[in-house]
Design a protein around this ligand. Structure first.
Ligand code: ZN
Length: 500
């Protein structure tokens, strides 16, 4: 019988190969979305598919399967046991989905996105409907292959392990009531933010210089990372010492680039500070999309839209954009960047009504997967549910059910992670405030080390050692709920709009 120590070394060798293939694929993806010329599309598609196929072969290899079986019977504890548990999860998932289904999923995702992009541009839902039908059928097939639970739950678990539609609904219910009440209070307020401030032109070079200075001050390490331009911003780890974040600039919308960059820096700092010793195993990976989003939202909203931060940062912004904000005091500026105004488009939503967009999609995608909502009825259901939530009714499908890429790419059960992560960001912020009572004084002085250090110690450094629920309990002392967020939103918008 083989020794566990030897088997562990063999396991780490096999995982290292899989990690290298993933990281090479990540670099190809980053390049595709930043600098690749249009002519590279076809070859890049083949290269990515080849690497994905190789990774899959390694993951379903019988020798890895046997190795796992031996290790599971060898009484491992601590991180070794956690490693085997994480690998088992990935291996089982990979082995359950037949190779031909993997191929069909990849092809449909590529086709679905291409047809969606054209349909959105032409505001032609009918052109997209057949692809959405085909995508739904494949996702149901995928859910059935993966497990025997409710199909929506099985798919949602791919993005947020341990979560379920029931749990999401429980967390969302009180939040929905609270947002409706806050929206009423905002509408009834006699205070209004000066949104013109946000439309003032700021040269792109000045935006880039300011955003770079801010994320460097937060703790994003440019010796182990980069900031580049793209169309749809994202963060991507290539390796433990190489994390790429991206953003986009428009001179008349400086807040979009700024908060987008702060957001991606939160994702990037999480990736930069995962346990380096586990960089070639699943233990060194981020633990869930919700936890990932908690990091981006914390830096974007709790730090970046907060009054203490701007006590320090506003003079820096004015220095980068001379003259632009001379007549705007910090209070007026902070009110403008925190304005509440329901929008048609999710990615343009404010911090509060963003959740309504998530709730809308959560509701509709459950019905689409269950088959209780026919694809042909989606635009009507979208309008109906938007009105029920207090969102504007879209004048066309381009600004309605065709606005997001997710469903065209086969991502069902993904949207809730945006709100779960935001709720977690506030719960973490509260715990951080208890651990660092003078947190806001540090922020007001441009000192982000106490926030950064706490996040590294309580979230980043754990990698995937603990399941998300356990990580949340350990870091905050309570299971995830909307409570902290509700308290935060009442206090924040009450103070801004004067209804506290
Ligand atoms: Zn994000």
């Amino acid at each position: 019988m083989a020794e566990p120590a030897t088997d562990l070394a063999l396991l780490r060798d096999r995982l290292g190969v899989i990690a290298d293939l993933e990281q090479a694929q990540a670099l190809l993806g980053w390049d595709q979305h930043t600098y690749m010329p249009a002519g590279g599309v076809e070859a890049r598609g083949r290269q990515s598919a080849t690497l994905a196929g190789l990774r899959h072969e390694h993951l379903v290899d019988d020798r890895l399967f046997d190795l796992l079986g031996r290790l599971e019977g060898s009484g491992l504890t601590g991180d070794d046991a956690a490693l085997v548990r994480e690998v088992r999860r990935e291996v089982d998932r990979a082995r359950r989905v037949p190779a031909d289904l993997v191929t069909r999923l990849a092809l449909q995702a590529a086709l679905g996105q291409a047809v969606w992009a054209q349909a959105r541009a032409a505001d032609d839902f009918a052109a997209f409907a057949p692809e959405l039908r085909a995508t739904l059928a494949l996702q149901r097939e995928r859910a059935a292959a993966l497990g025997d639970g409710d199909p929506y739950d099985v798919l949602h678990d791919l993005y947020e392990r341990g979560s379920s539609a029931e749990r999401v609904a429980q967390v969302f219910a009180p939040l929905r009531i609270e947002i409706a009440a806050l929206l009423d209070a905002v509408r009834g307020s006699d205070r209004a933010p000066d949104l013109d401030v946000l439309a003032r032109p700021v040269p792109e070079a000045a935006q880039e210089a300011f955003a770079t200075e801010m994320v460097r001050a937060f703790g994003f390490d440019f010796a182990r990372g980069r900031l580049d331009r793209t169309v749809h911003p994202f963060a991507q780890r290539i390796g433990p010492g190489d994390v790429r974040i991206t953003t986009r600039y428009r001179s008349d919308r400086f807040a979009m680039a700024l908060f987008g960059t702060l957001h991606e820096s939160g994702h990037g700092m999480y990736e930069q500070n995962l346990p380096a010793a586990e960089a070639r195993t699943p233990l060194g990976d981020s633990v869930s999309l919700g936890v990932h989003e908690s990091q981006s939202r914390l830096w974007e909203n709790l730090v970046g839209r907060g009054r203490p931060f701007w006590t320090w940062a506003y003079a820096r912004l004015r220095a980068h954009a001379p003259g632009v904000f001379d007549d705007v005091d910090a209070e007026r500026f902070v009110f403008a960047i925190n304005a509440v105004r329901p929008t048609l488009i999710r990615v343009e939503a404010d911090e509060l009504t963003y959740h309504l967009h998530v709730m809308l999609r959560f509701e509709l995608e459950q019905r689409l997967i269950a088959g209780s909502l026919d694809v042909a009825d989606l635009p009507g259901a979208w309008a109906e549910e938007s009105a029920a939530l207090g969102l504007p009714t879209p004048p066309d499908d381009r600004q309605g059910c065709l606005q997001d890429v997710h469903w065209s790419a086969g991502m069902f059960g993904y949207f809730p992670t945006y709100t779960l992560g935001t709720l977690l960001s506030v719960q973490l912020w509260d715990a951080l405030g208890r651990a660092v009572p003078d947190r806001d004084a540090h922020l007001a002085a441009g000192d982000f080390a106490p926030v950064f250090d706490w996040l590294v110690a309580n979230v980043h450094d754990h990698g995937s050692r603990f399941a998300p629920d356990e990580l949340v309990e350990r870091a905050t002392g309570a299971p995830l709920s909307a409570d902290a967020y509700v308290r935060y939103a009442r206090a924040k918008y009450g103070a801004l709009y004067g209804f506290a």
